[in-house]
Design a protein around this ligand. Structure first.
Ligand SMILES: O=C(O)CCC(=O)C(=O)O
Ligand SMILES: [Fe+2]
Length: 349
């Protein structure tokens, strides 16, 4: 067993157990129904999405319509990029001001993650607040930084983004319908989306029982559409019993997780699930999450149509851009406070 730097070591209660249950029961949803014009089949799909979002906050989709060559091209480009020297990768390094590009020192809840990443936004440029301070109105324009090598990286990333964006809108529309709302009820919030895609590389770790690839967390955006390779390591905290279970890789499927924004919009009918990534000492792992996020100026709050006297709003409204900026900052440097969470906006009962 090798040694890892103490910055990576998780507190005892957050370390992965040596054996983990492979999750039976994570809903597997076949989206080919979307091509059918049988209203009953569509209603069945909407109901499936609703139960999966309610009971798990996590599901996998197959026959999702994203062409497999888009995924192959970005996966190949990611492998080539991460295989470059550190010096080469650091030419597109991100910093406190520009959160886009290469990074190998991310923190989740103040502990270092055993991974390296490359981030790019789906819209180029993307506008976010310049500061996390609530009263500072200044904005910042983010521009993607593309590496020189591999030369096909930019095109592979941009094409993939367009493909997965379509799937994300489809899922958003299904979620909206599953809440009893019109199909396009939520689309307007994404006009100037702050969505971004992350290429994750988890190298083999000499002490996989001490560190995590990504520490336990919930995704702060609306939805995450994740491509994982065949290595496995993504664990979800199962809602029924709080047990960590491993998400089994299924070739050419996507893992969908409901983010905090959907939890708030739905007034907790749906709940974002806590998840983490464990690493292993033998095989490197790659994954590609697409974080589907609204425009920075969106004020997130329980949807009017879903609240009433019997079911009053469980959250105060908050500004998405400020939330996003605060999270980014806490992932960048060690803070003495816990990073921002939606429960900070929860209305106590
Ligand atoms: O690598 C994975 O499977 C998941 C990564 C993740 O949860 C994240 O980046 O938010
Ligand atoms: Fe995540």
């Amino acid at each position: 067993m090798g040694e890892v730097d103490p910055a990576f070591v998780q507190a005892l209660e957050h370390r992965p157990k040596p054996t983990i249950v492979e999750a039976g029961g994570i809903p597997l949803i076949d989206l080919s129904v979307l091509n059918s014009d049988d209203p009953r089949a569509l209603a069945g799909l909407v109901a499936e999405i609703g139960s999966a979002s309610k009971d798990w906050g996590f599901f996998q989709v197959i026959n999702h319509g994203v062409p497999s060559d888009l995924r192959q091209r970005i996966e190949t480009a990611a492998k080539k990029f991460f295989a470059l020297s550190l010096e080469e990768k650091r030419k597109v390094r991100r910093d406190e001001n520009n959160p886009l590009g290469y990074y190998d020192t991310e923190l989740t809840k103040n502990v270092r993650d055993w991974k390296e990443v490359f981030d790019f936004t789906v819209e180029n440029p993307t506008v976010i607040p310049a500061s996390h301070e609530p009263h500072d109105q200044e904005l910042q324009t983010l521009i993607n930084q593309w590496p020189e090598y591999p030369t096909e990286m930019r095109e592979a990333c941009e094409d993939y983004a367009r493909g997965v964006e379509k799937l994300s809108y489809k899922l958003l529309e299904l979620i909206s319908q599953s809440l009893g709302l019109p199909e396009k009820r939520l689309n307007g919030y994404f006009k100037e989306q702050t969505s971004f895609i992350r290429l994750n590389h988890y190298p083999p770790c000499p002490s996989p029982q001490l560190a995590l690839g990504v520490g336990r967390h919930k995704d702060g955006g609306a939805l995450t559409v994740l491509a994982q390779d065949d290595v496995g390591g993504l664990d979800v905290k199962r809602k029924v019993d709080g047990e960590w279970v491993r998400v089994k890789p299924i070739p050419d499927s996507y893992i969908i997780n409901v983010g905090d924004i959907v939890q708030v919009w739905s007034n907790e009918k749906y709940e974002s699930a806590e998840h983490r990534v464990t690493v292993n000492s033998e095989r490197e792992r790659f994954s590609i999450p697409f974080f589907f996020n609204p425009s920075h100026y969106v004020m997130v709050k329980p949807l009017e149509e879903l609240i009433n006297e019997q079911n009053p709003a469980k959250y105060r409204e908050y500004n998405w851009g400020k939330f996003f900026k605060t999270r980014k900052l806490s992932n960048f440097k060690k803070l003495d406070v816990e990073n921002i969470q939606i429960y900070h906006f929860k209305i106590s009962e």
